[in-house]
Design a protein around this ligand. Structure first.
Ligand code: AMP
Length: 252
């Protein structure tokens, strides 16, 4: 695993309560310092293996920090559903659990980051950059994060997470059949991602491992490592605390 500049980890219930309180204070301080006008909007990157919990945590981060959530996985799945040129090109790679070519995704992300909502509210990049070349393109375009979060979950835990994962297409909520069971009334409409299978997770995890150290190295001055095996709310408290701290840190 890449060297980390900071390790965020919470252990007990009392610690999580204290962390949540501390986080609320830090978020308040952060918003007050920015005058509530978005003059220092947050710029966050979250990385993690498939099913490390990025989607769930991104919802909490956007609620806490008010930034625009850009998930390249969601963006590409939408393009596939629409049958756009991007979707048609990306489909074969996604179905094989492979990364889509850098040039296909990078220009889409850079264009999206230049939209007014991202410059005013800040951004949370989820699933991008996934390779050194994507990270270099982001840097060259002047997009540098305040915080690069690495949500770490060991490979053996991921198969169980992926195969039990179900998504509610109406609300976008993510459930797990055993660890985060859905309400009975939504069960009939739940869907499983076509790449959430035991075989494909192996390829997807390998793709992740091949590139993550190179990407983490680029962002090592803002890197925060979070133990993704912790209970969901604990991960949330650790993440929010680490992000708020990095936003209140003087620029390097
Ligand atoms: P995710 O939902 O983040 O697991 O992404 C689903 C799939 O979309 C991945 O397995 C890749 O095929 C593709 N994908 C998403 N983000 C990227 C990226 N930054 N670079 C290349 N492929 C990506």
């Amino acid at each position: 695993m890449a060297a980390s500049s900071s390790v965020a980890r919470c252990r007990g219930r009392q610690e999580i309560r204290a962390a949540l309180l501390f986080t609320c204070l830090l978020v308040l301080v952060c918003r007050t310092l920015s005058g509530g006008s978005g003059s220092c909007p947050p710029r966050i990157i979250i990385a993690g293996a498939p099913a490390a919990g990025k989607g769930t945590q991104c919802a909490a981060i956007t609620a806490n920090f008010g930034c625009v959530h850009l998930s390249t996985g969601d963006l590409l799945r939408e393009a596939v559903k629409e049958g756009s040129a991007l979707g048609k090109e990306a489909k074969q790679f996604m179905e094989g659990g492979k990364l889509v070519p850098d040039e296909l995704i990078t220009s889409v992300v850079l264009e999206r980051l230049q939209q007014p909502d991202c410059s005013q509210q800040g951004w949370l990049l989820d699933g991008f950059p996934r390779t050194k070349s994507q990270a270099d393109a982001l840097t060259a375009a002047g997009f540098l994060p305040d915080c690069f979060v690495l949500l770490d979950v060991p490979e053996q835990d991921l198969v169980e997470r992926v195969t039990g994962r179900r998504i509610d297409p109406v609300t976008g909520k993510i459930y797990h059949l055993t660890t985060c069971p859905p309400p009975v009334e939504v069960i009939p409409r739940l869907v499983q991602r076509s790449d959430d299978t035991a075989e494909k997770i192996v390829t997807r995890y390998r793709e992740f491992r091949t590139h993550v150290d190179d990407v983490a190295e680029i962002y090592k001055s803002t890197l925060v490592w979070v133990d993704g095996r912790q209970e969901m709310h604990m991960v949330q408290a650790c993440l929010s605390q680490a992000i708020a701290e990095s936003l209140n840190r003087p620029s390097l």
